[in-house]
Design a protein. Structure first.
Ligand code: PEP
Ligand code: MG
Length: 619
């Protein structure tokens, strides 16, 4: 019913050729994207492709004109300060980046002076009795229109200049509304959010109780936006080419987050099917909930630890409901998102303490900040060098950045250690992201020990034995050097998302190359096997915490490779447990040997699917 390679139209009933609008209404358009977060969403499109009106249009009383002009003046002053600050920071950037950015910031500063934008906005406040943000938006639109209609062959240059005006208007609006970040508050309840692109920080702001689903043109299956959407349990399809072209605000949409399909203007039959599917999901959830209290144990008695990955604290109740045995990966990036300053040690203690407390002694692995690559966050611009690499994923990411700015690492270690001091011994572990060489773990441990000594001198209560310090294995370099890294680290967490990205040179968040992103590629599996065996030889704990770990179809392979601890999006735990409880370790080991003999990813997928079907039959 909802299957198509690219936008395709199915006639529901004949439409009069002359009336295109009517034709739009009666044709179902099916768009295929990347299945990112399962679930069915039925609702109207809320299209945010056009930059959303960051502030509602507002008029003012005549008596408020002076106050409004003052408000504008204050926002201009604040914006000017911000731009000046940005300019001061230019010094830390390489020369080419400075050359690129300096004229832009100068242009911004000029626009924040006695410019047409500011004069025009002021005039609109007076003449049209508009609120300052409405006046700024109107004036910026008017200026951008004039620029874009100029007779100039350099169309790209015109678009850039118009964009600069709009950018400054957005900064002013953010300062006027004291709401510096994108807001989704105006998305109507039950709507499906449609956007060109959503950043992970944007996704963190979505309210799953209000938003029925998310569909975007950009994005890949294991990018952070996808992970965030899964964590929030919002049905989502990303990488849906042609979507923003086809969808209009208010259009009816059915989104199938498990199949990766979107039906615009669904036919009555599609609607009936979708409503039926909503019921199927609800019944399955009830069935899976019964697994919560059952042990995660194979048919031959082998225990498999099932832990939750956590993106934001709002997930805590979900983690408890899912029956997770602990948190295997607490991504701390949430703390640094959607804010303009850096969280200090106390702010971090305040964030981690309730999470650790809520887990009541169950294990929790806190990963220090993995900043960089696609995870770049606004707050950090204030505290760390801006990313200037042409390949940010290969630049100053994760532990590399933290070792370069040890004060950030120190604050985070200190906060974690203080929280660990109040938890049962051994409950908290610390994890380092983006390790590629053993000396990174060694250097981080030196900082760790130093911070612990300082805290003890300060009289803080720390655990007698410091929490274990582990390394993410998420680059081919780390996987192939796993035996050496194992001598420095206390445990491994295999991050298959990045491991697949870096092994296959495929951006995990890029829809264009999503077809090449394949964690079942033998190269990825061989690296996982190598790293797992290095850990097992030393009897060192090893888990898989990438998205692979939450896929029940892949459980036999992972168990067969020797993995006994999986950390995943909480909502995946019941299905993974169901798979574990139907498996025999001997079968899994034999199956993994067969898979590891293969060199063709398609054949591996076939084998995995075949085995999974068998699992279902046995279960
Ligand atoms: C991974 O790379 O697999 C991982 C778990 O880390 P993240 O997704 O946060 O990069
Ligand atoms: Mg990673």
């Amino acid at each position: 019913m909802m299957k198509a390679e690219k936008p395709e139209k199915t006639e529901a009933k004949p439409a009069p050729a002359a009336d295109k609008r009517a034709a739009r209404r009666v044709k179902e358009t099916v768009i295929r994207g990347i299945a990112v977060s399962p679930g069915i969403a039925i609702g109207p499109v809320f299209d945010t492709t056009e930059p959303p009106a960051e502030a509602p249009r507002r008029t003012i009383a005549e008596t408020a004109v002076d106050a409004e002009k003052q408000r504008l003046a204050a926002a201009v002053a604040a914006s000017r300060k911000q731009v000046a600050k940005l300019k001061m920071r230019l010094g830390v950037l390489p020369e080419e980046a400075q050359e690129e950015l300096e004229p832009l910031l100068d242009a911004y500063a000029m626009m924040l002076g006695d410019s047409r934008l500011i004069r025009g906005a002021r005039k609109r406040i007076e003449a049209n009795l508009l609120a300052a943000e409405t006046a700024v938006a109107d004036e910026a639109d008017a200026i951008a229109d004039v620029i874009l209609s100029a007779k100039d062959d350099d169309k790209a240059g015109l678009r850039r200049r118009a964009g600069e005006v709009r950018e400054i208007a957005r900064r002013l609006t953010r300062n006027l509304t004291e709401n510096p970040f994108r807001s989704f508050k105006d998305v109507p309840e039950g709507a499906i959010l449609v956007a060109e692109e959503l950043t992970p920080a944007d996704a963190a702001l979505l309210d799953p109780a209000r938003i029925a689903g998310v569909a975007t043109e950009e994005g890949g299956a294991d990018g952070h936006t996808a992970i965030m959407l899964r964590a929030l349990g919002i049905p989502a399809v990303l990488g849906a080419h042609g979507l923003t072209e086809a969808a209009r605000r208010g259009d009816q949409m059915v989104l199938d987050g498990a199949a990766g399909t979107i039906a615009l203007h669904p036919t009555p039959a599609t609607l009936v099917w979708a409503k039926d599917q909503v019921g199927v999901y609800a019944r399955e959830r009830t069935k899976l909930a019964k697994l919560r209290r059952l042990p995660s144990i194979t048919t031959d008695g082998e225990e498999v630890e099932l832990l939750a990955n956590m993106e934001i604290p709002a997930e805590l109740p979900l983690i408890a409901q899912a029956g997770a045995q602990g948190i295997g990966l607490l991504r701390t990036e949430f703390l640094f998102m959607n804010r303009e300053d850096l969280p200090d040690e106390d702010a971090q203690v305040a964030a981690y303490a309730p999470i650790v407390e809520a887990m009541a002694g169950d294990p929790i692995t806190i990963r220090v900040l993995d900043w960089g690559g696609e995870k770049e966050m606004e707050a950090l611009a204030a505290g760390v060098p801006a990313q200037t690499s042409a390949n940010p994923a290969l630049g100053l990411r994760g532990i590399r950045m933290l070792l370069k700015r040890p004060e950030l690492l120190e604050a985070q270690f200190a906060a974690i250690l203080r929280v660990a001091g109040k938890a049962p011994e051994g409950a908290v572990r610390v994890l380092l992201p983006m390790v590629t060489i053993p000396t990174e773990v060694k250097a981080a441990r030196e900082v760790y020990d130093r911070v612990a000594r300082r805290l003890r001198r300060r009289g803080e209560k720390l655990p007698e034995k410091l929490p274990e310090l582990g390394a993410m294995i998420e680059t081919p370099g780390a996987a192939l050097a796993a035996d050496a890294i194992a001598l420095e680290a206390d445990f491994f967490a295999i991050g298959t998302n990045d491991l697949a990205m870096y092994t296959l040179a495929v951006d995990r968040g890029d829809a264009e190359v999503a077809h090449l992103y394949d964690p079942l590629h033998p190269a990825v599996l061989r690296l996982m096997q190598f790293a797992t065996e290095a850990a097992l030889r030393l009897r060192m704990p090893v888990s898989v915490c990438g998205e692979m770990g939450g896929n029940p179809r892949l459980v036999p392979l992972l168990l067969g490779l020797g993995i006994r601890c999986l950390s995943m999006n909480a909502s995946a735990i019941p299905r993974v447990k169901q798979a574990v409880r139907s498996l025999d370790i001997g079968d899994c080991a034999r199956f993994a040997r067969r898979v590891m003999e293969q060199s063709d990813p398609a054949r591996i997928r076939e084998l995995v699917d075949g085995f999974a079907t068998g699992v279902t039959e046995r279960g």
